[in-house]
Every structure is written in structure tokens, then in C-alpha cells.
Design a protein around this ligand. Sequence first.
Ligand SMILES: [Zn+2]
Length: 699
Amino acid sequence: MTASAQEEMTPMAQADTNPLLAEWTGPYEGVPAFDEMQLDALKPALEAGMAMQLAEIDEIAASTEPATFENTIVPLERAGRELDRVFTYYGIWSSNMSSPEFREIQQEMAPKLSEFSTRISQNEALFERIKAVREGDGYADLRDDQKRVVDLTYDGFVRNGAELDAEGKARYAEINKQLSVLHTDFSNNVLHDEEYYVTYLTGDQLGGLPDSFVRSMAAAAEERGRPGDYAVTNTRSSMDPFLTFSTERDLRETVWRTYYNRGDNDDEYDNNDIIAKILQLRNERVGLLGYDNYAQWRLEDRMAKTPEQAYDLMLAVWPAAIARVEEEVADMQAIADEEGADITIEPWDYRFYSEKVRKAKYDLDSDEVKQYLQLDKLREAMFFVAGELFGFDFTPVEEGSVPVFHPDVKVWEVTNRETGENVGLWYLDPFARQGKRSGAWATSYRSYTTYDGETNVLASNNSNFIEGAEGEPVLISWDDAETFFHEFGHALHYLSSNVAYPTLNGGVRDYTEFQSQLLERWLLTEPVIETYLVHHETGEPIPDDLVAKIKNAATFNQGFATTEYLASALVDMKYHTVDPTGIDPDAFERETLEELGMPDELPMRHRSPHFGHIFSGEGYSAGYYGYMWAEVLTADAAEAFADAPGGYYDADMAKKLVEYLFAPRNSMDPAEAYRLFRGRDARVDALMRDRGFPIPDGE
Ligand SMILES: [Zn+2]
């Protein structure tokens, strides 16, 4: 069928013929038809899916019966299944199998999808019914998890302006529209400065740089029409190695200044005015809803709950971080003096001299470590850990029995070790290829729920390992091995869910990274080392002294890493707690850092004019603290295992881990769930120990 013929069909007719909308069939309660994905079908499928969901919503909203949990909330949970299925394929095209043709459809559909969600969130009749359930007599008789679904749904509507009057709603929508333009402009300006400013070098300016980096610089120059030159592009992956290795101090300063001035060059791509406008609009919008400041609104449904709690954590760690910077700078200055460099350490010297400190104090040969990290063995190690802690068994499905979108993708059946019952499937797409986004991520194609009968889980992990030669093991770096475990932690979080309703599978941003960070800790446990971290030729386990070096290296340069991160997180929080009327971001940033006592030798990890996490959208605005919030939980929970009689494989602890930290997803308040696991709130001490910092007094 041609695309145009499909576009003319009604939503119901689409549902009968469009493969992307179709009910999943086949084994394991039905699986996505990844072998039938046709890009032609995507746009009509999205349009039909939206139309079908809006029809379902209208039907719920139009009901004349008194609103109840069963006739309002449950059908709302159920609405949009067809569109959900389309989004499974959409996610594959966007992350695993992208193409210019797909990106065209994506651009065309983005505003339509945003309009679609506004139509739901501003549906007044629907909100009235949700409110009636929330405030009605029946609410008290609901189960706790049902109450939570009602609360999360109700709060979501209120937090997005459902209770405003007509004038307020109109202004609210107008602000959001303006913000979406400003967010896009902000990120395009950063992109411009990343692409436009390139530092070109000649062959006699390459002192200290590793061969592989020189080759990539030559290729980057050639790509830009300057064959024979060498290009340092204005991105972290280019700046970082250059500043670490280049012996040309003046050039280090140039590259450093170019990088940290992205979006701050006083030209048409300068972001300072945009930041001021964004902050004022955000503040006005939450003002309409009655909040004092943006951070208050943002953190209300996060684990931290209030800006004050997030500040407390950050300021507890800050003094130790800047004190450590002072020690690191002293170490570096000593090396520079010994070499007779006759300099004072400046920000463009930090990476260069810290690399010399690393070599002297922590030398770890990453190539030596790699010999013990085979991709297949690591996967078996993850299965082993999942078996011990979660009672899951992983068995490969028969080749061809479950459709996949690329021959590299392999699928395992996950079963409950005790009962033999099917828990779900685990898809692994391990290797890099054209059209696949970089990095590693986890996703689920179907989540566990019980409200319409039990469903099994379809979880996936995706990485960008480089495929080895035929018959050769794939060897990966230590960082990549940790990330592999991390992403598998997300998959286990999906697979262990025991919630009743879809809404309860939702993530809380400062909490959902914790479970996956925690799983990384099993990589260095005794049984994993003994059986799985073995040399690819000799089969010998990784030697103790190499393990000790890996552990020791974890505290290297923590002053720098923690301070550059916290400076960004603190400035983010302050931007979103002050009155932004007439704010001058440049002065604000400088004064805030001065008040904090920011060391002169390093900048914020992301300076305001290119802080995309908080100004390219709202995902991390007033939320950059969340990485450290999750790490506090991770370090504290890991110590609970380390101290248990059975260590990391203690049966009691494993039971609590699954029961309180993984299975409930968002069906229970995260702080309460953590207390049930640990018997108390998390403390910051363990994180301080992990980073090699002294513990603050009174802890
Ligand atoms: Zn993660």
C-alpha cells in the first residue's frame, strides 16, 4: 500500500491495516512486529493513534455517570494503547535505526504531538471528573496504590494549569509556546558555536598529543576543507584530550577559552538574553499556579521534594570538594615547579598537570584491564547477578522465533527461577552502526501491570560496542563495563516491577538512576571477578593488584570532578529560586560563584550560556542536583550490602532490595521505600568515603 492511500484512511480503517498500530501477536503474549516496520506507515499510524486516544478521552470526559475510580481513572490508564505501540517503533527509528527520512517525519510530527498532549491536559471536562474522584467519598476506600494513581494523575493536571481560569490557561499556554521557541534557540546557538569555532593547528603544534588523537584531528580538518591541518573542534570530546595532553600552553588557553565561551560571545548567537527571558517566563508560569519560585514547583514531585533539601545535600559536600581542589592544585604546582615550568596553575593547566599526577600516583593501564573484560563474559556475569539477587534465569530464545529490527539484536527469555514462569524478554542490541545514536541506554517495549490481567515485560539494552573480528572476543573498557551493568540495572528495574497500573511504572528523576547506579557495584564482587573477569587468552581471573588499582583510581581527581559538577548544580538551583526580574546572567553567575568560594583554577562543568541541561528544555532545570542525589542513595545502599553478613549476595538484603527498591517502581513514595530498605534515611557519609573526602562533623 502506498503512503498516500494510507493517509486518506479513517483511524479505524488504519487500525485494521497499519502494521504499526496492530495488536502484537506471536509468542510471549505477543511481541512487536519489528520485521514489519515500514517508515511509510509511521505518519498515518501516529495520526490515527492520536485520534483514537482523543476519542477514548472524549468518551471518558463525556460520561454522565458520577465519576469513580473504575469509570474514570482506569479507562484513562487504558487509553492510548495503539499510540503506545506506534511509539515503540518510533523509538527504534529515533535511537537504533535513524535516517534522514525519519528525521523529516519527526520534525513534522513534533508540534502535532505537543498540541495533542495539550488537548488532553487542558480538557476541562476530563479534569472535573478526575477531581471528582480525588475529592469524592469513594477515594477513602481505595487501596494505597490506587490512591497514588489518582494523586499522581490529579497533581499532573494541576501542575500543568488545569485549575487556572480561562485567562490564566491562555497565558499558561502562551508562555509554554514562547518557552519552546527559546529552548530551541538556546540549543541551536550552542550548536552554532560548537560547529563554527574550530582551532586549526599546523604539524609543529602537536606536542604531547597521542597518535590516535592526532589522526582524528587530521580527519576533522580534512572534513572542513583544510587537508594537511589539524582541527580541535569545540566539543568536550575534542577539548578534553587536547587540554590533557598538549604541551603548548598558549594553545591550551585558546582552546579552553573557546570552549567555555560557547553561547557567550556577545554576537547574535549569545545566549545571555535568552536565559533571562527563559527564567522570567518560568517564574511567571509557576507564579500563576501560586508557587514562590520555579524550583519549588519542579521539586515537589521529586524525591528531594524541596529546594532546601537539595541545597542541604550539595552544601554538605561542597566544602570537602573545594578543599580537595586545593590539595590537587598543590600536587600539580609541585610537579610544575619541579619541571621548572615557571607557571602558576591556571584553568587550562588543570587537566594537563592532573594527568601527570595520575601517572605518578595512580597509574592504571587501561589496555591491561581490557584483557579481562570480554563482552560475552560480562553478559553472563550480569545474568549471574540477576539470578542471585532477583531469582531470574535467562535463556536465549530460538533464533527467528521473536522478530528483531537488526540481525545483531539477540533475545533472551527471562523466567522466575523458582516457579519457572515467564517474566518477560530481554533484547540486546550491542554494536555500533550507522544511524544508531551514541552511548548506551535501556528501554522497555511493554511494562508490567496487573489491572487488566498480568502482562509480561519486554525490556531492552542498547550499546555501541565495536564488533570484533570473526571468532575473536569483544574486549571493552572498564568504563564501558560499568555502563553495561548500569543499563542492565534499568532493565532489571523494568523486569521486577509488580505494579497494578501503567502510571505507577513512571520514573522519579532524582530516584530512577539510583537503582541502575547501584547495580554497577556488583561488577567488582568476588564471584564475578573469579568466574567472569578472566583473561581472554589464559582464562586467569583479574589479579588482585589490578583490582586494587582500579579501586584506588576511583578517588583520583575527585576534587575537580565534584567541584565542577556542584558549581553547575548550585548555580542551576539558585537561578530557579531567586526573583529573576531584570537578571543579568553573566553577573549572576560570577557573583554566585564568588559567594560560594569557587576556586580560580577551574570553571563550572557547564557555564550558563551553554548549560543545555537546564536551558534547552525543562528536563533538568532545577534538577541538575539529581545526579548527586541518586549517588548518595547508591553509596549508602552499597554500604548496607558491604556490611551485611553475606555481603553483596546476602539473601535478606537481596530480598529487601527487590521488594522495596526495585519492584514498587513509583507505586510508593521513594523516601518511604528507601526507609523500608535501610531502616533509616540515606546519609551522605558513604558518598564522601567513596570520593575519598573527610566526613563532615556531627555525622
Ligand atoms: Zn541510567
